[in-house]
Design a protein around this ligand. Structure first.
Ligand SMILES: *Cc1c(COP(=O)(O)O)cnc(C)c1O
Length: 406
């Protein structure tokens, strides 16, 4: 690392993200760590082989110079004790839950979790004898009522997938820790720099690095960031499952991470501008974007997140008289917003959503047509013009439908 210990102590996030995981400036060499394409590591003699045995230097599945650099940089970005890299965000979630839960244990899962996370709880976890209870995202300290003697993990995702509820994580963590349970967070929206996850009481912070960390829609990856205490148990399962990532992907993620603070500043500014504009459209019932002053969850977001690093993902709820066909017309008309799953790349995306399909609680709360928008790095005014064109088509369709009905 480049900085002295005291410089590291006082370094701000953008400085840490720029310098972590790089060689000392007193050594000659390239700025970035080499992309080490390797499976086998060779040892000069038997003594060296034995000396490396059991360490991460013994085999490339355990580490390369490239993957180690990415781990170090992510730890520095989120002030985590340890990092494990997985082939996807979903595998980071499933590995962590498999590591922390055994047959007979109970899991409290937020009802707004990413849908494939639910499928894992209702599938493999159930098959091995782990029970899951879905809880309301806004439950706060009342989570205590849902605790069972065998509850080992409370899983949070804040803001929630598709509906963006902000959870009271310190209140939930206090209950979890009083019962000897741990808090696992899907922190993809926050990114490693959008909040102080471990200070809020999170024990394991998971990222779909696929999104903002890679940041350019060209690789899939997950990251498990953890406290010192939980590292050994998760590492054990991670290694038994044989998880690893390739160095080429690690280099892409490292490149993405270096510009994360700068990119988020633009995503946030444009997203805020667009969210304000969307609120003025008569067909829009609600904009689900916690950084908006009048959005639900804003007070908790303001308390727990770093406002300068908010991201560009938001939801949109239409009034009940708008049809899904009209929403499709809006989506199809836009030119700058791509239609696709995922988010967090440099490009803008748009998608119709139907959260009630993936919920156990308040299933009827989200029946109006909805959208998810990822505001990318295009010029915000160009994006506004594109969305205005989309709203024009949405309106034209309603007029056409009225004429047809008359
Ligand atoms: C995309 C996503 C994931 C899964 O990431 P993959 O890399 O696609 O497996 C997990 N959680 C959230 C909130 C996501 O948006």
């Amino acid at each position: 690392m480049i900085l002295t210990d005291s410089q590291w102590q006082s370094a701000q996030i953008a400085t840490r993200v720029t310098h972590a995981g790089r060689r000392d400036k007193t050594q000659h060499g390239p700025v970035n760590p080499p992309v080490v394409r390797a499976s086998t590591m060779l040892f000069p003699d038997v003594a060296a082989l034995h000396a490396a045995s059991g360490t991460r230097r013994s085999y490339a599945r355990l580490a390369t110079e490239t993957t180690l650099a990415l781990e170090q940089a992510l730890c520095a970005a989120e002030s985590a004790a340890a990092c494990m890299l997985t082939p996807s965000g979903l595998s980071a979630i499933t590995t962590t839950l498999l590591a922390l839960l055994k047959p007979g244990d109970h899991l409290l899962m937020v009802d707004t979790a990413y849908d494939p996370t639910r499928l894992f709880c209702d599938g493999l976890l159930k098959n091995i004898g782990v029970t899951t209870t879905y809880y309301h995202p806004l439950v706060g300290a009342d989570i205590a009522k849902w605790m069972q003697p065998n509850t080992k993990v409370i899983f949070v995702e804040s803001p929630g997938s598709l509906t963006f509820e902000v959870q009271d994580i310190p209140a939930i963590a206090a209950v979890a820790h009083a019962h000897g349970a741990v808090v696992v967070s899907d922190s993809t929206w926050a990114t490693p720099i959008g909040w102080s996850s471990f200070e809020l009481g999170i024990d394991v912070s998971i990222h779909a690095a696929t999104k903002y960390i890679v940041g350019h829609s060209d690789a899939l990856m997950g990251a498990i960031l953890t406290t010192e205490a939980l590292h050994p148990v998760i590492r054990d399962t991670y290694r038994q499952l044989g998880l690893t990532i390739g160095s080429d992907d690690a280099a892409l993620a490292l490149r993405g991470l270096r510009t994360l603070p700068a990119r988020l500043a633009v995503h946030r500014e444009s997203a805020y501008k667009i969210a304000c504009w969307l609120q003025t459209q008569p067909e829009v019932a609600e904009v689900l974007y916690p950084p908006l002053e009048n959005a639900r969850g804003h007070a908790l977001w303001k308390r727990d997140f770093r406002p300068e690093y908010a991201c560009g993902l938001m939801g949109l709820v239409f009034h009940g008289d708008i049809t899904v066909q009209q929403v499709a017309a809006l989506i199809d008309r836009t030119r700058l917003f791509g239609i696709g799953y995922s988010w967090g790349g440099y490009e803008s995306l748009i998608l119709p959503t139907a959260p009630s399909r993936y919920r156990s609680i308040d299933v009827d709360q989200w029946n109006a047509p909805m959208l998810r928008l990822h505001v990318g790095l295009e010029d915000a005014d160009d994006l506004l013009v594109d969305l205005a064109d989309g709203f024009a088509d949405l309106r034209a369709m309603s007029v056409a439908a009225q004429i047809k009905a008359a």
